[in-house]
Design a protein around this ligand. Structure first.
Ligand code: NAD
Ligand code: WQD
Length: 339
């Protein structure tokens, strides 16, 4: 089988590893570059076991132009890039903003500088619903205005979107770009062989939930129950990571088929909003685990409610999610039990 090569930066990470699996299963040849700053080489073992084959992986920093050039020279005929590699911890980005600007902007700039030289015309970029800030309307469409970022991390996503808009426009059709704005990815591959590897105390809700159920954390603190939402807790759009991974396959297919002259933006969520309390209840129902939780004060910077309008991705990419919240949470629990 003659597989089209797709460079997957950050392909050993949480979303990237699932995308590598989906790309390979869809007939592509993913080529991973990852420096393992936030992942472990065990992810490659999981990918190998799922696929029954090794996926090439280069352990390099993709903000290092010479190193990326070396990979592109060696692989020669890469046709597209999915750029996941970035730092993503919101709180850390406030404490260490330069680290975030250097890595998140630096890696994108290196890729964009090298793409013309190697005749690579297609890039899918990992953006985030964080660019919408506290939205004025719900659900958010791709036309919903973006807001000034509330963290250096969020700002890197906004600036990378701006860079991609400018460079794509200047490229006069030579560069085809899709920005995928992810909502909240959760869960793990059904095999239980790959998933999220949170280091230290998790910031995100689902790893905190599963670690609490596993007895690693004493209790979950729900950050506030007096928001202007039906049960007072925050609302998010939780999308299963395999559904999210599949959005990258359809995005790559669209770009390789000729794409679009302008940058295209797609929300990637389920279109459903669920409150924190609904997540807790769904987790208990899906897993039979009782969750110890308390209501605490609100967390600074939290958006009260955000969820996606996914009409555009459905109509133009043919993208649809298939995994329910309960099944997503069950997969997160299955993964937790392997850690
Ligand atoms: P992750 O940390 O699990 O994966 C990122 C991977 O990139 C890691 O394997 C890390 O080692 C690698 N990496 C980072 N900098 C690198 C560099 N300079 N060179 C090579 N490799 C490098 O994160 P994730 O959750 O899989 O997120 C993937 C992308 O999606 C990121 O761009 C993130 O900002 C974005 N995103 C994530 C979420 C989320 O909630 N997880 C939501 C919206 C957007
Ligand atoms: C979800 C909900 C919390 C932990 C973050 C980034 C965002 C994006 C996705 C990358 C919120 C509540 C959480 C806990 C809680 N990442 N919660 N107790 O905040 O929607 O988004 O990840 O782009 O940029 O900011 O996700 O998982 O942290 O929180 O009550 O211990 O769970 O208040 O309502 P969030 P999260």
């Amino acid at each position: 089988m003659n597989r089209t090569k797709i460079l997957v930066t950050g392909g050993a990470g949480y979303i990237g590893s699932h995308a590598v699996v989906e790309l390979y299963e869809a007939g592509y040849q993913p080529i991973i570059v990852d420096n393992f700053v936030n992942s472990q080489e065990s992810a490659l073992n999981g990918i190998r076991t799922i696929l029954g084959t090794d996926i090439p992986c280069y352990k390099i920093d993709c903000a290092n132009e010479a190193a990326v050039r070396g990979v592109l020279e060696q692989e020669k005929d890469i046709k597209g890039i999915i750029h996941f590699a970035a730092y993503k911890a919101v709180g850390e980005s406030v404490a260490e903003p330069l680290k975030y600007y250097q890595n998140n902007l630096g890696s994108l700039l290196v890729l964009l500088a090298l793409m013309p030289e190697f005749g690579i015309q297609s890039i899918v970029f990992s953006s985030s619903c964080t660019v919408y800030g506290v939205p004025d309307q719900l659900p958010v469409t791709e036309q919903t205005p973006t807001k000034p970022a509330t963290s250096p991390y969020g700002n890197t996503k906004k600036i990378c979107e701006d860079i991609l808009n400018d460079v794509t426009a200047a490229g006069k059709g030579q560069l085809r770009t899709i920005l995928l704005r992810y909502f909240n990815p959760i869960g793990a591959h059904a095999s239980g062989l790959i998933g999220e590897l949170p280091l230290g105390v998790p910031n995100n809700l689902i790893p905190f939930v599963t670690q609490t159920a596993a007895g690693i954390r004493e209790k979950l603190t729900i950050f506030g129950d007096t928001y202007d939402t039906p049960d007072g807790t925050n609302i998010r759009d939780y999308i299963h990571v395999v559904d999210l991974a599949k959005a990258h396959v359809v995005a790559v297919e669209r770009l390789l088929a000729g794409g679009h002259a302008d940058v295209e933006v797609f929300n990637v969520g389920t279109g459903r909003g669920n409150s924190v309390l609904e997540v807790v209840n769904a987790f208990e129902k899906a897993t039979g685990q009782k969750l110890n939780y308390v209501i605490g004060p609100p967390r600074a910077g939290d958006v009260p409610a955000i969820y996606a309008d996914v009409t555009k991705a459905t109509q133009e990419l043919g993208f649809q999610t298939t995994t329910s919240l309960e099944d997503s949470l069950a997969s997160a629990w299955k993964w937790q039990q392997t850690l």
